[in-house]
Write a protein that binds this ligand. Structure first.
Ligand code: SF4
Ligand SMILES: [Zn+2]
Length: 374
């Protein structure tokens, strides 16, 4: 990767800007980050070594553009056309522009932008639900060939399912906030966006934990040097079909504790076998029903990204379906939330057997419960 910062300095416009790293870094050297100025490397894409070779080479990867400012900042309106000229010329490079000002995009593109340039990716940040609902509809409506989203610092739960479902977003990145005043980032928020990405087949990157990271209700302070490695090590980045989630380490819940939690859930505990289900059990026998459970798990849950995930388990029609809803084995989201089995991985035989055990335990309990009812 290469970095091209044609100007430096910016203005805070969004909750995500509160602890902007440009401001933090500038403050530490006594500089005022609100002063916007062209840099000495303004024309870096055209700069050459004495031998005539470009300084920015395609083999060095994506050119991250304007990382110490915002490419669509008003202050840079006079300088941006020159940047477009250089970008137009360097079709051998790929430029990646991250912005909090996607609303200014249309007035900032060159006249020959057409339906977008193939060597430019535009990435909109969205740190909370409000900014997501404001910026993503704009991002999706614009003529852009490659769109990405970055939720960093992630400041709250974000539902971006409907935007991902358009199939127009190529990549999502999430991460916490670093620095001394960092706001907390809850791993549940990260997991939720990741699950939405998996459902839509969108690659997902969990970039960094941030300095204050909440996992399973516990708050951790993470050292600067560990924030990126820990996110990487967690295995929670996702590439469709790459088996990237296989490395995720997790622990299955203790069975007694699981059933106790399920019984405390108003939604889960309302599921019971009907007369018809019980008659079916009596007719087929537990062994056959277990075989059905195994087949349903294999065909509807086991794939890395099961078809129709979230809606693949009917509410009636087979005792196993009822058991799935009652025990939160109905879809990959519920399996992750209740049983900690990561979404985005093909279920191993052991995981499938575990799910079948849970379902049969519930069916057995339910059978006994029904039998004791006069
Ligand atoms: S838009 Fe980006 S660079 Fe500008 S103040 Fe906000 S966080 Fe900093
Ligand atoms: Zn479910």
């Amino acid at each position: 990767m290469s970095i091209w910062n044609p100007w430096h300095g910016c203005h805070k416009i969004s909750p995500g800007c509160a602890h902007c790293y440009v401001y933090r870094r500038d403050e530490s050297i006594g500089k005022d980050a609100s002063v916007v100025a062209k840099t000495a490397e303004y024309d870096l894409p055209l700069k050459k070594y004495r031998q005539g070779e470009y300084k920015l080479r395609p083999e060095d990867g994506t050119v991250f553009t304007c990382m110490t400012s915002d490419f669509f900042l008003e202050d840079a309106d006079d300088w941006r056309p020159g940047c477009w000229d250089m970008i137009r010329e360097r079709t051998d490079l790929h430029f990646h522009i991250i912005t909090k000002r996607i609303d200014r995009f249309e007035q900032c593109v060159p006249p020959d932008w057409g339906d977008g340039w193939d060597h430019v990716t535009v990435c909109s940040t969205c740190e909370n639900q409000d900014r997501t609902d404001c910026r993503l509809p704009i991002l999706l409506s614009l003529p852009i060939r490659h769109r990405e989203v970055i939720a960093e610092p992630m400041l709250g739960e974000i539902d971006m399912a409907k935007y991902l479902a358009t199939g127009l977003i190529e990549h999502v990145t999430c991460g916490g906030e670093s620095g001394p005043d960092a706001r907390p980032c809850d791993f549940r928020w990260i997991q939720e966006v990741r699950r939405e990405c998996i459902r839509c087949g969108v690659p997902f990157t969990f970039k960094q934990t941030g300095a204050v990271f909440i996992k399973d209700g516990k708050t951790y302070r993470v050292d600067r040097k560990d924030q990126i490695p820990q996110a990487r090590k967690s295995g929670y980045s996702y590439r469709p079909g790459a088996g990237s989630a296989e490395a995720i380490r997790y622990r299955l819940p203790e069975r007694g504790e699981l059933f106790a939690r399920l019984s405390r859930s108003a939604f889960r505990s309302r599921f019971h076998l009907s007369e018809k289900d019980r008659a079916y059990l009596a007719e087929k026998g537990m062994e056959t029903v277990r075989r059905h459970a195994e087949e349903l798990i294999a065909s509807r849950l086991a794939a890395e990204n099961p078809e129709n995930d979230g809606k693949q388990t009917p509410m009636k029609g087979h005792p196993v379906f009822i058991a799935q809803h009652a025990t939160a084995c109905c879809c990959r989201s519920c399996l992750e939330k209740w049983h900690h089995i990561p979404a985005g991985k093909t279920l191993t035989e052991a995981e499938q057997a575990y799910i079948a055990d849970v379902l049969m335990e519930w069916i057995e309990k339910e059978r006994n419960r029904q039998e004791t009812v006069p």
